[in-house]
Design a protein around this ligand. Structure first.
Ligand code: SF4
Length: 408
């Protein structure tokens, strides 16, 4: 979501006549922030400290994103070098102020602010109505607001006209999408998006096991455009912890979604999120998570150590009682388990053909892109251009990464 917000602000600044520049030549620095974990917050504070030395003369520092909402004006009191805190997505006033402040006459019209990337992010729902006890998102991003289907479709049409070949539909909980005009949920939206002429791929994230519509799996399975990829956070493999997290499902519900999804799409790429060291997590509870990870065999598991967030139920009301060393041991143990699962899963692609949307070139000048299952693929011994869709015969497989020549 933050990457999408940054793209949006950058596009608007370009359209207003500003240009992207390295920090040493820039007039304005905008920090787009996240506060989902303490580490993300600390990164912002250290960047603000660094920028103190950069801020000379007429230079300006602005901050947007979740940390701005969480900390509000208190941030400017703490960091006097910070000139403005912008509400998420509301940049009109800021851009007008910049135009007035940097009143340059450029002499000739700037080229239209286009986009060159193959992939384009589209935010389709903002906010979240759930109240997972560890999560700060509902507080900083507010209640759910879905973007009308026709607006999403026109953004996709424009993105394709500007060169994009893939769209990624985003939401904190994308499965909660409901067209405000009553024309359906995410499945209905995906049907409209996949029909956009010239679009080769559509993806969406992040899903929620409580809200995923069964119909969505049918739409995905029948489509050549919608990718075979689900980002479906489980958070814990222990039902007592899932209840304490207020996730609204049990492990059996989660497993039955996976079973249905894989029955329709055996080649589905599956990613999840797990928190280790949540308040009250015993060794037995942790082992339940580990067993679930072994059972499901995810392609990717994003593992985070629990970090209490002030303003959340668990941050304010539950003791952070798993010692840091134990959290580290569990995360390392789970990472090792997942590493060997991922190695086995990627090895299963050896000798097979994968469809790749070329996104760019690596440091050796080789084209790379992603498969429909979300794996990064390097194309060997062939020249192809970003935006092309090619078939690759997999010769080498490392966790999360495949490579090979074009298939005959
Ligand atoms: S569904 Fe996701 S965004 Fe919403 S409260 Fe839970 S973890 Fe946070």
């Amino acid at each position: 979501m933050n990457a999408a917000d940054s793209e949006n602000l950058a596009r608007r600044l370009l359209a207003a006549g500003f240009q992207e520049a390295p920090l040493d030549r820039a007039d304005v620095a905008v920090l787009n922030t996240c506060c989902v974990r303490q580490a993300s917050e600390d990164k912002v504070y250290s960047k603000l400290h660094e920028l103190r030395h950069w801020k000379t003369g007429d230079r300006l520092i602005a901050l947007t994103g979740c940390l701005g909402v969480k900390e509000g004006e208190g941030l400017q009191a703490r960091f006097p070098q910070l000139d403005a805190v912008l509400p998420i997505g509301e940049y009109d006033g800021f851009i007008a102020d910049l135009e007035a402040r940097y009143d340059y006459s450029l002499g000739e019209p700037l080229p239209a602010a286009g986009r060159t990337g193959v992939s384009h992010y589209v935010s389709v729902i903002h906010g979240c109505n759930h109240n997972c006890t560890f999560c700060i998102v509902p507080r900083v991003r507010g209640r759910e607001r879905s973007v009308p289907i026709e607006d999403v479709v026109s953004e996709c049409v424009e993105a394709v006209a500007d060169g994009a070949r893939e769209v990624v539909l985003l939401g904190q909980n994308v499965d909660a999408y409901r067209d405000p005009g009553g024309r359906g949920g995410l499945a209905a939206l995906m049907r409209q998006v996949e029909a956009v002429p010239g679009l080769r791929r559509a993806r969406f994230m992040t899903s929620h096991p409580r809200d995923l519509e069964p119909e969505l799996l049918d739409v995905m399975a029948a489509s050549d455009v919608i990718c075979r990829e689900l980002q479906l956070p489980i958070q814990s493999g222990d039902d007592r912890l899932l209840k304490r997290m207020a996730r609204g499902y049990l492990t059996r519900d989660y497993l039955s979604i996976i079973e249905r999804a894989r029955a329709r799409m055996p080649d589905l790429g599956l990613a999840t999120d797990v928190i280790v060291g949540f308040p009250g997590e015993t060794e037995e509870m942790y082992l339940n998570t580990r067993r679930l990870v072994e059972q499901v065999e995810f392609d990717v598991v994003h593992i985070a150590m629990y970090s209490p967030r002030p303003g959340t139920y668990s941050g304010d009301r539950l003791a952070d009682d798993v010692p840091a060393d134990e959290k580290r041991r569990r995360i390392n143990d789970l990472l090792a388990v997942q590493k060997s699962i991922a190695a086995g899963k990627t090895a299963g692609w050896l000798g097979k053909r994968v469809e790749v949307l070329v996104e760019g070139f690596d440091e050796l000048g080789r084209a790379y892109g992603r498969s429909r299952q979300g794996k990064r693929v390097t194309v060997k011994r062939a020249r192809c251009q970003p935006g092309e869709v090619v078939q690759v015969l997999v010769e080498d497989a490392a966790p999360g990464h495949l490579s090979g020549p074009l298939a005959a």
